[in-house]
Design a protein around this ligand. Structure first.
Ligand SMILES: [Zn+2]
Length: 324
């Protein structure tokens, strides 16, 4: 029987190779994602479906194709810029033990006020945060934009709840202060913006022009206004004009453009995308391909990519396309 001449489309070929590789590797050990190079058998025992024949003649690779593979661990699905942290999906402190925090006042490259000097955030978001606050101040012609809350440990969140209960009562706490373990502030990727005037007095951010500017422009820096008025039924959190969350530039851009909160965006990615059918996102002259997967192993994407869990058992892979 002659298998030559069977030409598979690129997508079909990728799928078949991924399936073959997945079958080989699905028992691999858990750990951080690692790149494995496996010899994926291009043809064996008359399995014509894994035969790869392109336009060039066969035989140049001895019938074997070297395939790089990306493996995801259970832990991986609970870490990264896109994890959902909510009443339903608590934060996994153990999986995130390696979270790199920095004191904002030590790391900032643009001087803006911070309500408490010990406040910290994830180191990776500092350059984008600095750029966002600087741009906001420049647009306002003032320098009042401040950070009024940042990373919170589990203990800190317990204290915040106790403090706010005393100040504002149980109803307020139920409405605005998440239970320990269920706050986005544990991620180091979320913060509350504030207003601090030159004399040190505090303004109300939600009523400021800064809030309106930031709601419109945060996506340019990889942030989203996380709890909007029209999404309270989905997020379970009341309208918070001050709370911003870093998700990364392509994701923030897509969510902003299509008015999706994180819950909706993650659902959309899980339903509508997979390795062979990514979502294309363009923003600021850069292009990305984004897809969700629940598989433990996929073919390694070509080019620069990052992986984030969704905190619901899946992972999102973001591949930046080379600049043309
Ligand atoms: Zn907040």
């Amino acid at each position: 029987m002659n298998n030559k001449g069977k030409t598979l489309t690129a997508a079909r070929r990728t799928f078949l190779l991924a399936a073959a590789v997945f079958a080989v590797l699905q028992t691999s050990a858990c750990g951080t994602p690692e790149k494995l190079v496996e010899q994926a058998e291009a043809s064996s025992g008359g399995n014509a479906e894994t035969e790869v024949s392109g336009e060039t003649s066969a035989g140049e690779d001895d019938g074997q194709t070297e395939t790089a593979v990306l493996t995801f661990s259970e832990e991986q699905s609970h870490t990264g810029d896109l994890i959902l942290v909510s009443k339903e999906w608590p934060y996994d402190f153990e999986a995130n033990a390696g979270l790199q925090l920095v004191r904002i006042l030590d790391a900032q490259t643009y001087s803006y006020p911070v309500s408490k000097e010990e406040f910290t955030l994830a180191a990776e978001i500092m350059p984008d945060l600095d750029a966002m606050i600087r741009a906001c101040d420049e647009a306002m012609g003032t320098e009042y934009t401040s950070v009024s809350s940042a990373y919170r440990s589990k203990e800190y969140q317990e204290n915040v709840r106790a403090e706010y209960k005393e100040l504002y009562g149980e109803e307020y706490v139920q409405k605005y202060v998440a239970e320990p373990g269920k706050s986005e502030h544990h991620t180091g990727l979320a913060l509350d913006m504030g207003i601090i005037y030159e004399d040190g007095s505090e303004g109300t951010f939600s009523e400021s022009d800064n809030a309106a500017w930031m709601a419109e422009n945060a996506y340019r820096y990889g942030f989203v206004r996380r709890y909007a008025e029209d999404k309270t039924e989905i997020t379970g959190i009341s309208n918070e004009a001050w709370h911003f969350r870093y998700v990364g530039r392509p994701h923030a851009a897509y969510m902003h453009k299509h008015n999706l909160c994180l819950e909706e965006y993650l659902d959309f990615l899980a339903k509508e995308t997979w390795p062979e059918a990514p979502l294309a996102i363009s923003e600021g002259g850069r292009n990305w391909k984004v897809f969700h997967t629940s598989l433990k192993t996929i073919l390694e994407p070509e080019g620069n990519y990052t992986v984030s869990g969704d905190n619901k058992g899946g992972c999102i892979v973001t591949v930046e396309e080379p600049a043309s």
